[in-house]
Design a protein. Structure first.
Lengths: 294, 531
């Protein structure tokens, strides 16, 4: 018998964090539901407050839950097998995120390849074009919708290109940080990780700039400017939210590094954050290609 | 070194035996797969009764032609919420509950791989359904756009419930994804030494593949509802031609989730009957590895057939043909399965305990549902069947006599293991026979109604459909009542009865039967040896 086979799997005793998290999610969903429903009428409601309360609870839960996990990990309760569970769990979670983005990429491609040309009479849709919006001509980016809303397309040069370079670089620095950690070079680890975070924050800053530019009078590119604006903001917006989350993960990992956590062999949290970071990077590259370039 | 490890970990375990709480806290804070499995099963049964009550309202309204009891809008709310509850609240959680209870025991693991996450996956579900049900009381009523929430019904013409619906579905999705990740990781990482993939019980295999389907398509559902949300409240036009989108695009994205979803509800059923049929035929499962490959092929094919729900939307001809042939292709691996079940029973020493009765009914009645599916798969004839009661008959055969019957088979099979007592045999047979007769009275005539042209989701109908509808409604009420017998059986079985042995079924196989009945709170803290 090897040690591994007899290593007992750590099954945590009871925990109150999940139920706190469940209540938090309930508040978030119910609050957001109410808030969004009331948007049109403009009346104020309890929705927004409930949403905020839920979010606060959620942060409290994540903090408490993860602190527990970190304590358990630091006190050596976790086996190699446990580490594998975490790793596999994280990879499948990332896969589910990929599928979430796939839905929006699917919408983008469907609109480009099918619905927009069909509205202009492509395929067997001659009468659709004639009867519904005879004036409409299909273009991509769709800068004039069938009902006449006009907008401008966001070019790929300038900020988007800069952001691509920033994010690609940050993936490289994240990798260097990992190498440094594996070689137990703590100082370099801190430098590379810090750089990665800075690059992420700069990316977010420029993304906000770009949105401000889009929403300016000059460009008139709004979320509701037809299918081009829809896909543009939904894809970049969800990506931006994921970059934000990734940055927060990296910052948390950075603080743990400062505290002296992680060993060259045992650093799941670091790995999870860096996988997540590479994932947002890959999504960005796809985005850059499908949303901006072509 | 080795002995050190053993002593140390043994000590740890003694510790958390002491921590076992009682009362409400036990259930709220639990990390135990058996507790969580039981909660899933109870939750799903409660939801089944709630959704069932709505079905009774639907059948009461349809008992006679003309508007009898409820307003058309409320009728639509009933069909919508009935569908949502049965799919996401009854069938799926029941399977997750079985997975929680059985998979760790079947692969020889001490618990699910991520026990706290497991608790969270469960506890967010009741909250999601509270939000869904609360929408009856806040705003303009509950969702009334069908469980498929087609745009523009759910966007432009929504009654104001869309936001609550969307966020409730988001939570259900999170629950399913986290539950599925737990299942995948448990199976990949927690098998006892020696339990290779091809030695796993087929039950475990089917849940494994189902979990992958869930991880792949639930996020797509989340994307769909998000687009519905922004179309309704934030002025986007994903599903609105005026802004360059397309309502048909909704259907593509929805069914890309929706078709794998129906397999999510049937693959675990295959796993259950592949466990019970060998046990009561006293023969090993015929063609184990072909079952594994058939399950995997069905899962793969389920990704490329979605537009068979959309034959009448005016897709390009190539699309119609492609999706027709791919859909028919699914009949091949499905046929392999049915063949294997029958071959397992062939020359077996069969006995007809209640789990076996439900499994037999499953094989026959699910096959009827599969055949009507094949009929629907033919594009030209689907032009007539689409959106009629024929479709309703089809999916109730696969879901009620398919998925639900398999859940009953599994529940009766493992009840002795869960409670430590044998269930009341006579009562359980009443449950079976009443269900079997009433379910066919309920759903079989729907085929004829559909072929004759009765549309689905309509509170009123033409006079010539009156007779069949009367019988369907009677079958419906009888089926609804019969399910209460099951509740009685379960409660009786928990309270007591004949003591169950560790292995009450002489033909049963698998690690779960090597532990005592009722299964102790913690099992396989040290992995068993598999040869
Ligand atoms: C041989 C296998 C199957 C085939 C060929 C098949 C085919 C089809 C087709 C073509 C439709 C669309 C009918 C229409 O709307 O005109 C349909 C609907 C449906 N099927 Fe199946 N099916 C099969 C198995 C299943 C299984 C196993 C399930 C679930 C456990 C299922 C659940 C459903 C549901 C829920 C609908 C209706 C969805 C709705 O419009 O509300 N089917 N099926
Ligand atoms: Cu389908």
């Amino acid at each position: 018998m090897t040690t591994k086979e007899y290593e007992t799997y750590y099954v945590p005793a009871q925990s109150h964090w999940p139920i706190v998290g469940a209540v938090a999610l309930f508040f978030i969903a119910l609050g957001a539901g109410k808030y969004v429903s009331m948007l049109e009428s403009g009346e104020s409601s309890w929705g927004g407050w409930m949403l905020l309360a839920g979010l606060a609870m959620c942060i409290y839960m994540v903090y408490g839950w993860f602190s527990n996990v970190i304590q358990e990990s630091m006190s050596g309760k976790y086996s190699h097998q446990m580490d594998n569970s975490f790793k596999q769990g994280m990879s499948w979670f990332i896969f589910s995120e990929v599928m979430f983005f796939a839905a929006f990429f699917g919408a983008l491609l469907y609109a480009r390849v099918f619905s927009v040309p069909w509205l202009d009479g492509a395929g067997n849709n001659f009468m659709t074009g004639e009867v519904l919006w005879p004036e409409f001509t299909a273009t991509w980016p769709l800068i004039k919708t069938p009902d006449g809303t006009e907008t401008t397309a966001m070019g790929w040069y300038g900020l988007p290109l800069l952001n691509t370079i920033l994010l690609l670089t940050s993936s490289v620095t994240a990798h260097f940080a990992h190498v440094a950690l594996e070689q137990d070079k703590r100082k370099q680890l801190k430098v590379w990780l810090g750089l990665t975070i800075l690059l992420g924050l700069t990316f977010l800053f420029f993304q906000v700039e770009e949105y401000a530019h889009g929403y300016s009078e000059e460009m008139k590119l709004y979320l509701d400017s037809g299918i081009y604006g829809n896909t543009f903001y939904m894809l970049t917006g969800f990506h931006g939210m994921h970059v934000t989350l990734g940055t927060i993960m990296l910052i948390a990992v950075f603080f743990r590094v400062l505290k002296g956590h992680f060993t060259p062999k045992n650093h799941f949290a670091f790995q999870a954050a860096s996988w997540y970071w590479h994932f947002v990077d890959v999504v960005w590259v796809l985005l850059f290609f499908f949303v901006y370039i072509i | 070194m080795t002995t050190d490890v053993i002593q140390d970990t043994d000590h740890q375990h003694d510790e958390h035996h002491d921590h076992k709480m009682t009362g409400l806290k036990r259930w709220l804070y639990t990390t135990n797969h058996k507790d969580i499995g039981s909660m899933y099963l109870w939750f799903s049964f409660i939801m089944f009764l709630v959704g069932g009550a709505m079905a009774m309202v639907i059948r009461a309204e349809l008992f006679q032609p003309g508007l009898q009891i409820i307003e058309p809008d409320f009728f639509n709310q009933m069909t919508t919420v009935h569908g949502l509850i049965m799919v996401f609240g009854a069938i799926m959680p029941a399977f997750t509950g079985l997975a929680n209870w059985m998979i760790p025991m079947m692969v020889g693991a001490p618990d699910m791989a991520l026990p706290r996450l497991n608790n969270w996956s469960f506890w967010i579900l009741p909250f999601a359904f509270s939000i869904l049900l609360m929408s009856f009381f806040i705003g303009g009523g509950a969702p009334n756009f069908g469980w498929t929430f087609y745009a523009p019904l759910s966007t432009t013409y929504s009654n104001g419930s869309t936001a609550f619906f969307v966020f409730a579905v988001h939570i259900m999705g999170i629950s399913s994804i986290m539950g599925a990740i737990n299942i995948v990781v448990t199976i990949m990482n927690m098998r006892a030494p020696g339990m290779t993939y091809m030695k796993m019980p087929l039950f475990v295999w089917t849940f494994f593949i189902t979990a992958y389907l869930l991880i792949a398509v639930m996020p797509v559902l989340a994307g769909t509802v998000t687009m519905v949300l922004t179309d309704t409240y934030f002025g986007t036009s994903f599903f609105d031609a005026a802004g360059g989108g397309d309502p048909v695009m909704f259907q593509h994205i929805f069914w890309f989730f929706g078709h794998p979803e129906v397999y999510i509800m049937i693959l675990p059923a295959f796993g259950i009957v592949s466990t019970t049929i060998p046990a009561f035929s006293r023969k090993p499962l015929f063609g184990y590895s072909s079952m594994v490959y058939a399950t995997a092929s069905i899962a793969f094919l389920s990704f490329i057939v979605w537009a068979h729900h959309m034959f009448t939307t005016g897709m390009p001809l190539f699309g119609e043909l492609f999706f027709m042939y791919c859909t028919m292709l699914i009949a091949v691996p499905t046929g392999v399965k049915v063949f294997n079940w029958v071959a397992t029973m062939w020359r077996g020493a069969i006995s007809f305990e209640t789990p076996m009765l439900f499994s037999l009914a499953f094989v026959i009645l699910f096959t009827i549902g599969g055949f009507s599916g094949l009929m629907l798969a033919m594009t030209p004839v689907d032009f007539q069947y689409h959106d009629t009661y024929f479709v309703v008959a089809h999916f109730h055969y696969v879901l009620v006599t398919g998925a639900l019957f398999s859940i009953y088979a599994g529940a009766y099979y493992w009840l002795p293991k869960w409670t430590g007592y044998m269930y009341d045999d006579a009562l359980s047979k009443w449950h079976f026979w009443c269900s079997l007769i009433s379910v066919n009275l309920l759903f079989f005539p729907m085929h004829f109604l559909g072929l004759a042209g009765m549309p689905r989701r309509i509170p009123d109908y033409a006079l010539q459909f009156a007779d069949f509808n009367k019988w369907v409604s009677i079958g419906g009420f009888a089926f609804g009542l019969s399910q209460l017998i099951f509740l009685a059986v379960v409660i009786k079985c928990i309270k007591g009865g004949k003591k169950a042995e560790a292995k009450p079924w002489d033909g049963a196989e698998g690690l779960e039967w090597t532990v005592p009945s009722p299964a102790p709170y913690h099992t396989f803290e040290k992995p068993p040896k598999i040869d």
